[in-house]
Design a protein around this ligand. Structure first.
Ligand SMILES: [Zn+2]
Length: 315
């Protein structure tokens, strides 16, 4: 089967506010990721996506999506989880118990705005506790109960997972709970991570072959590429290089019928504003290719359907 498909583009977003950094006291104390900054960045992001005609997969931490009132209403469950996983909840529980409304943790309005724009809602954990196999099954069960309660109130049943910290685990339990799709972990190990970093300078990047595939009853989405967050060592890759690299990926995908999957966290745009310059320019290119019919925007769930015939080998 050698048919040449129209290239596909997926954007997945890890939507978590400060829930994703609950174990990092220095980030929580920094206060740059606050309610106003999150509001600004999500509305800018939604506008940019609408201009490009791109529907993303927005993987929300359930507690962030539901907001602090709903979280407080489930305090009993959080206390049980904190007993099982004290290190993840060490900074969080005192914050919740102060009775104040800490900034950066309530994404209820952002969630509603993302949903209203028709993006796919996916799951990024109930509290962003790792769902890797190193986390006890009992804690993962409580994560599922909490997510069920919170998403239930929101009237949503996500079927796609982006694993917290990209650590894939408990696949059998999660498949049993109704999830069907997940984003693969990026290559592990120092050498491969270094290679990934070096690829930020690869302005002829052409790795567009990986597509969603069926594995052990799951639709597995390729790990995709992180949109460079120009902070720390990553700030050494200049924004124009990042833009040229992504344009190369898009051109290769169009020429060869490939697939490009981009991911990042919306809050990355707060702590490294230069990333907005790169994203804006890349999405402008994506938008033009979508308009000309050379590229199709696919959510993670839609990508499964689009590549289904390649998965099974039959139409
Ligand atoms: Zn995360």
């Amino acid at each position: 089967m050698n048919e040449h498909r129209v290239a596909g583009f997926t954007l997945s977003l890890d939507c978590e506010g400060l829930w994703g950094m609950a174990d990092r006291a220095e980030v929580l104390a920094d206060r740059r990721i606050n309610d106003a900054a999150l509001r600004d960045v999500y509305s800018w992001l939604l506008l940019t996506l609408a201009h490009a005609n791109v529907k993303a997969t927005a993987a929300f931490v359930s507690c962030f999506a539901a907001g602090l009132d709903a979280v407080q209403a489930n305090h009993d469950l959080l206390q049980r989880m904190a007993l099982l996983e004290p290190s993840w909840f060490a900074n969080l529980m005192p914050l919740l118990e102060q009775g104040s409304r800490p900034e950066g943790w309530d994404g209820a309005a952002l969630y509603q705005a993302v949903k209203a724009d028709g993006h796919e809602i996916a799951w990024h954990g109930a509290t962003h506790l790792s769902l890797s196999d190193r986390t006890a099954g009992e804690a993962v069960e409580l994560e599922l109960i909490l997510a069920g309660r919170l998403f239930g109130e929101l009237g949503d049943v996500p079927r796609t997972i982006v694993f917290p910290r990209n650590l894939v685990g408990h696949l059998e339990m999660l498949r049993g709970a109704g999830f069907m799709t997940y984003r693969e972990s990026p290559p592990a190990g120092l050498a491969r991570r270094m290679l990934g970093l070096l690829n930020e300078w690869n302005i002829r990047d052409s790795r567009v072959e990986a597509k969603p595939e069926m594995r052990d009853g799951w639709h597995v989405s390729p790990s995709g590429f992180f949109l460079n967050w120009p902070a720390g060592v990553r700030s050494l890759a200049p924004v124009p290089v990042t833009i040229r690299r992504w344009k190369s990926l898009l051109r290769e995908a169009v020429d060869r019928g490939g697939y490009v999957h981009m991911w990042f966290h919306p809050h990355n745009l707060i702590t490294a504003p230069l990333m907005k310059v790169a994203f804006d320019e890349i999405l402008r290119e994506v938008g033009e290719l979508v308009r000309s019919g050379d590229l199709i925007s696919l959510t993670m769930a839609e990508a499964n359907e689009y590549y289904r015939t390649e998965i099974g080998g039959v139409a």
